[in-house]
Design a protein around this ligand. Structure first.
Ligand SMILES: Cc1ncc(COP(=O)(O)O)c(C=O)c1O
Length: 363
């Protein structure tokens, strides 16, 4: 039996996609070539790229005001590429606003500080990021905000924004690495979204950037070409050699999602999976949640064992039952179950059964 992977990313992908992807390594459809040897300047790749962009646009309802880019360097590279692009040559009273809601947003803030004035308008760091900060300190009279950055889902601590922090016409940039494609979003609320591919999007190795063309117009030409979003828009993501294999895998994964019924259906499934697991955590006498209930993430579900001495017992039980990827990040060393799109209801119910068995055995 293949293991059930509840890891936070790279995460599991559907069997159908694994099968098609593995076939493509030997021979890509009717082309007598492996996916690993086709050129990024070939018509074959043009078709793959075009279809992948089409599927993104269709699933997230992205109109032509936005470009969909496939870059490298992970979401982490965006932490400095964004301020490099938008804070170049800013005036003394100009800055970028950041919401500090988790370890990734904190990292984004620290990287951005190398490039310009950063104003942290809200933070829950003092309380171990147990909640989503909702009160913003904005100094409109003194500062002009070039953009507002927030992390829509905090993968490490397991909290999630339930509403977009819209503030007076400030352009919004969101790191959606761990909840993109899991639920409905209105693309018009954002000037830019970015996400690593290794969770809901597909195989690891690509960073998706969805950027409003008008927003990109303000970027100066005074930065290295490969760093400039405008150049990536103009060269349609092929400024240099892109990760063709991962992009092909993303295309297959988006096709799988579309055939399943798209965002509406996956959102219903994701809500159901998360509700079932949270109900069990709240019911099970051995377990407790680790964050504010109203801010709980539907993608990354963190919990703790009330009696810490029994931690190894639960680890052993889960391992024995072929469940992996359940331990949290070293900065937040609790249990963490990631319920990305490809995790199905049967897998969640099986996990719940094991949690119940743990309670029966050790309470
Ligand atoms: C919300 C969020 N932002 C950024 C990152 C960093 O992504 P990468 O390792 O692709 O740079 C992660 C990784 O898990 C994440 O969850």
């Amino acid at each position: 039996m293949k293991k059930y992977n509840f890891g936070a990313g790279p995460s599991t992908i559907s069997d159908e996609v694994y099968r098609k992807l593995s076939k493509s390594i030997i021979k890509l459809n009717d082309y007598d070539l492996s996916i690993l040897e086709i050129s990024h300047r070939s018509n074959i790749f043009d078709d793959i790229l075009e279809k992948t962009i089409y599927l993104f646009r269709k699933l997230l309802n992205i109109n032509n005001d936005y470009s969909v880019l496939f870059l490298s360097g992970g979401a982490t590279k965006q932490f400095f590429m964004i301020p490099y692009n938008f804070l170049e040559n800013i005036k003394k009273n100009e800055c970028a606003g950041y919401i500090d809601s988790g370890f990734w947003s904190y990292k984004a803030i620290n990287y951005a500080k190398y490039f310009g004035n950063i104003d942290v308008i809200a933070s829950s760091r003092h309380d171990n990021y147990k909640f989503i900060p909702k009160k913003y300190k904005i100094l409109f009279d003194k500062k002009k905000y070039k953009y507002l950055h927030f992390t829509s889902n905090n993968t490490i601590v397991g909290t999630q924004f339930k509403q977009i922090p819209k503030i007076n016409n400030i352009p919004i940039i969101s790191d959606m690495s761990s909840d993109i494609l899991s639920k409905f979003i209105n693309i018009r609320d954002f000037d830019m979204i970015y996400a690593s591919s290794q969770k809901n999007i597909g195989p690891l190795g690509v960073t998706i950037v969805i950027i409003k063309k008008e927003f990109a117009k303000s970027i100066s030409n005074n930065i290295p070409g490969i760093m400039n979003y405008k150049n990536h828009i103009n060269s349609k993501s092929v400024m240099n050699t892109p990760n063709i294999f991962a992009i092909y895998g993303i295309m297959l994964n988006l096709e799988w999602l579309k055939n399943k019924g798209g965002i509406k259906i996956i959102e219903e499934e994701n809500n159901l999976k998360a509700k079932l697991l949270y109900s069990e955590i709240d019911r099970n006498s051995m377990l407790e949640g680790t964050v504010n209930i109203e801010d709980r993430s539907f993608m990354n579900i963190c919990f703790n064992i009330k009696n810490k001495d029994l931690k190894d017992k639960l680890v052993m039980l889960l391992n024995e039952n072929n469940i992996v990827g359940f331990l949290g990040h070293k900065l937040h060393p609790y249990f963490r179950i990631s319920l990305y799109n490809a995790i199905n209801l049967h897998q969640v119910k099986f996990l719940i059964k094991i949690l119940q068995l743990f309670e029966k055995k050790y309470s």
